[in-house]
Ligand binder design. Sequence first.
Ligand SMILES: [Zn+2]
Length: 490
Amino acid sequence: MKSSLFRAVAASAVALAALAAVAPPSMAAPRRKPAAVRTLPWVETAMQLRDKALTDDTAWNLVEALTTRFGPRPAGQESERRAAAWGAERLKAMGFTNVRIEEFPLVPWVRVSESGEIVGQFPQPLAVHMLGGSNSTPPEGVEADAVIFETLQDLRDAPAGSLNGKIAVVLQAIVRTQDGTGYGYANAIRSQGPEIAMGKGAVAFVMRTLGTDDHRLVNTGSTKRTPTMIPAFAVSPPDAAQMRRIARLGQLRLRLHGQSMAPADGRSQNVVAEIRGRERPDEIIAVGGHLDSWDRGTGAIDDAAGIAITTAAVKLIAQLPVRPKRTLRVVWFGSEELSQPDPTPGLQGGLHYSQDHKDEAPNHVAVSESDFGAGRIWKVGLPAGWQNGLFQRELMRVLAPIGVTFGRDASTASGDFTPMGPLGVPGWNFSQDGSKYFDVHHTPDDTLERIDRDELNQNVAAWAAILWMIADSDVDFRKPAPDYVAPPPR
Ligand SMILES: [Zn+2]
């Protein structure tokens, strides 16, 4: 790989001077390139970090430890709390400083029991999960005739009162995509379906799981929580198809049972840790993932991987002989998965981080979360005004050799960092290959076995490189790049 990286660069003295204004070179790494190469030490260090990350064990060891020691880590529950306490100690042992656990109140949602079956002429059991946040059925369960809708729009269009005493079933499948747009579109089935069905008189709601595989696995995930919402369930793709076939043979009748709890006095927490900058420690680049997971798998791809990728990247930088100018902060967010009772949305960890660190918002240079599994990164997006210029070109010189292309769309603070956006904090974004993500997402199959070590490390490589290039420079994403030239209109 080295020979292709260290090709000659036709950078003029003027260009190098301009780049130096954006990102003065650091003396962090020894120069070890052929004489013909014009790469700045600043970029060279990013390349060295990238290459080191590809064979580094830190991320894998973290995912393995989190999933093995704590198993599922549902928001606000004991295993999430223990994982946070363990994480704080592990971060200290890795050399992080200012390590703290920031608690916040949370109403957890606890699955107690669930079952579903087809009754009537063709009786048989169903593979079923209660949706996260669902209210319980009566102790004896709910039994009723089902009305099948092929799409959420069909349910929306059902006449008022047409579902009185019935169970609404939406069979719409999600579409497999690289970037998750299939999930983004279908997500409304889970978040809004139960409320729409209840509005038309339904006594329970069932949906085809938001999964792209065809195995008998069900993915859970949050639906809207209100005290009066009808109980809501998901069935596996084969069960959805089975229900459609049985409905064609005659009336489909279902019996559903589900019990859940929502203890009022719960707590969750964010874990925050830093590598302090050597020159401007008040300037912060914050990255992270979320520590909580759904309750059926061990939360390997969602999102121990994100925690591991970002933490490993920062740790690699901490191992350099010289610290970067700016501070690198990792946040292990609590309670990403669990939506709170209406009207508050989810992201409790993100909301509390933005509140706890509101005064520091102007000091946040940039933020980014890893929360889309462990598939390879294929695209990077920078904030508005950074779609060209020397920083972008130098960044791509580091990332292109590991299969990352550049996205023209401007990025903003996202994921758990979304609440930082309105506080004026810029965000960059890596796009991961999510083609297989929704085969596993939120299912019992979200385990360590679903992670490919090389793909995980390719992520660490990209994160370590960009983190170094931002942290050891003067880039200010709040205004356009000094050498930005707006592209011609398309
Ligand atoms: Zn997640």
